[in-house]
Ligand binder design. Structure first.
Ligand SMILES: C[S@@+](CC[C@H](N)C(=O)[O-])C[C@H]1O[C@@H](n2cnc3c(N)ncnc32)[C@H](O)[C@@H]1O
Length: 223
């Protein structure tokens, strides 16, 4: 269960959760960046994917379309969002597993260690210390050689993107949690959390600001 800890719901307010999917589709060029993310992940049969802040399960559906054999585990503290995710997965006949909880290494201990972890549109909605905690704990649960993909509003590099981000996402989710992303903190936080080869793979300009796909790796254990 989610307990008493707070979090920002997927669409900024609980009453907007049923409209989250349509909102993301219309405001983020979702089809493009999610397809690019799946291409980068290139899921193999043997991969175990952990989706932190799984929301309404959109990644689970796309992942299964790309490779039905990849095992998917999603975690999110938001009950209504997880209920939508479970419904979609069941309609699509997926074996995806969802857990309603704030992510920590401890709460996912019963699941197999992931070879791939994803954080999509989560980090811009959490405080700076929570961004680093999430990244550190993801690093601790990943298999050696495992990969992390962050798809989120990261550095807003142009005047137009900064302006659009300010009037849309920062209005909805508040300035305190979102500004470090816009200032380019995410790659530094990923490196601080222990990830190597941190880089921005793609960036998509949208009407709500630019969305980046950032990649990092947990060092393989030496032979
Ligand atoms: C904007 S939604 C993104 C949902 C989904 N990843 C997507 O791409 O559509 C952010 C999600 O992060 C979740 N979240 C916030 N804090 C979290 C935490 N500590 N652990 C796991 N999920 C969290 C929220 O409940 C919300 O559903």
């Amino acid at each position: 269960m989610s307990g008493t800890r707070s979090y920002t719901p997927a669409a900024g307010h609980h009453f907007l959760t049923p409209f989250y999917d349509i909102g993301v589709r219309l405001s983020t060029r979702e089809t493009l960046w999610r397809a690019a993310l799946i291409e980068l992940i290139a899921p193999k049969d043997s991969d175990v994917l952990l989706d932190i802040g799984a929301g309404t399960g959109n990644l689970a559906i796309l992942l299964a379309q790309k490779n039905h054999a990849t095992r998917y585990f999603g975690i999110d503290p938001d009950g209504p969002a997880i209920a939508i995710a479970r419904k979609k997965a069941s309609a699509a006949n997926l074996a995806a597993e969802f857990l309603q909880a704030h992510f920590s290494a401890k709460v996912v201990a019963a699941w197999p260690a992931p070879s791939v972890a994803t954080l999509c549109l989560v980090l811009h909605q959490v405080p700076l210390d929570e961004k680093l905690r999430l990244l550190r704990e993801i690093h601790s649960v990943l298999q050696p050689g495992g990969r992390l993909y962050v798809a989120d509003y990261a550095e807003q590099k142009t005047w137009l993107m900064r302006k659009l981000f300010r009037v849309t996402i920062q209005n909805l989710d508040g300035r305190a949690d979102t500004q470090p992303n816009a200032d380019g903190a995410l790659p530094l936080l990923m490196s601080d959390a222990g990830f190597s080869d941190v880089h921005e793979s793609r960036q998509f300009d949208t009407v709500t600001g630019s969305i980046s796909i950032l990649c990092g790796m947990k060092q393989p254990t030496p032979d």
